[in-house]
Design a protein around this ligand. Structure first.
Ligand code: B16
Ligand code: MG
Length: 217
């Protein structure tokens, strides 16, 4: 038995949301916009362009295209400077255990992330080699909740969408998985991710016996 296992990156494999937050906060400050932790929550799973559009909207600001492009570049530069210092200690609890169990059971594994920085991050935390396919922000034209990223991942794994299982921490990502006709597993809070087929706080709650059930579904 084989299933396609698809993992989101930020908030599922590593907690890079804190770095996105710092970089967006500094950017907002530089153009006199207040940016809160609650607002940052709403940027989870949202692409870089869409995130900046939202921040400008919240701050009631319109800016020139040139400034928009330069702010995006600055945000990413600062974000990359945080990423550069990452180590495998920043992998979220029990993620390696689940990945290794899937590898032991010869299950195909893909990344399905909105981030354009997915590869360097996986390299930094030494997980790149565990994936059979990487689908990220460089491969898609439509952002989550559009199912494109997960459908491309299924194709790369040679699996039918209904035989794929998605791990996601964002509402948009859970919706994308559901629309793709995949099994959605929310990683995070029950009241936020209630649309998911299954919800866990983190991977420490996901036992190998549950993975085994998913494989044999
Ligand atoms: P980048 P995911 C998403 O990654 C993040 O959750 C989101 O906050 C970020 O804006 C987006 O990637 C784009 O990231 O600026 O690195 O291209 O959760 O889909 O893995
Ligand atoms: Mg995420």
């Amino acid at each position: 038995n084989k299933k396609g296992f698809i993992f989101d990156l930020d908030g599922v494999i590593v907690d890079t949301a804190k770095y996105h937050f710092l970089a967006w906060q500094n950017l907002a400050k530089s153009i006199d916009i207040d940016f809160t932790h609650e607002q940052n929550e709403q940027l989870k799973g949202v692409s870089r362009v869409k995130s900046l559009e939202k921040i400008l909207n919240w701050g009631n600001k319109t800016i020139s295209e040139e400034l928009f492009t330069s702010l995006m570049g600055k945000k990413n530069e600062e974000y990359l400077s945080f990423i550069a210092k990452m180590t495998d200690e920043e992998i979220l609890p029990d993620v390696p255990r689940v990945l290794d169990y899937l590898i032991e059971k010869a299950q195909p594994i893909s990344l399905g992330s909105a981030s354009k920085n997915a590869r360097p991050i996986l390299e930094k935390v030494n997980l790149l080699s565990k994936f059979d396919a990487i689908v990220d922000g460089n491969d898609v034209s439509k952002a989550k909740p559009d199912p494109e990223v997960f459908l491309i991942a299924a194709k790369h794994l040679n699996m039918k969408p209904e035989d794929c299982i998605v791990f996601e921490d964002s509402v948009a990502g859970v919706q994308a998985a559901n629309t793709a006709n995949m099994i959605s597993i929310g990683i995070g809070e029950k009241d936020v991710l209630h649309e998911a087929d299954y919800i866990f706080s983190d991977f420490t709650e996901i036992e190998n016996s549950f993975i085994e059930e998913l494989i044999n579904r």
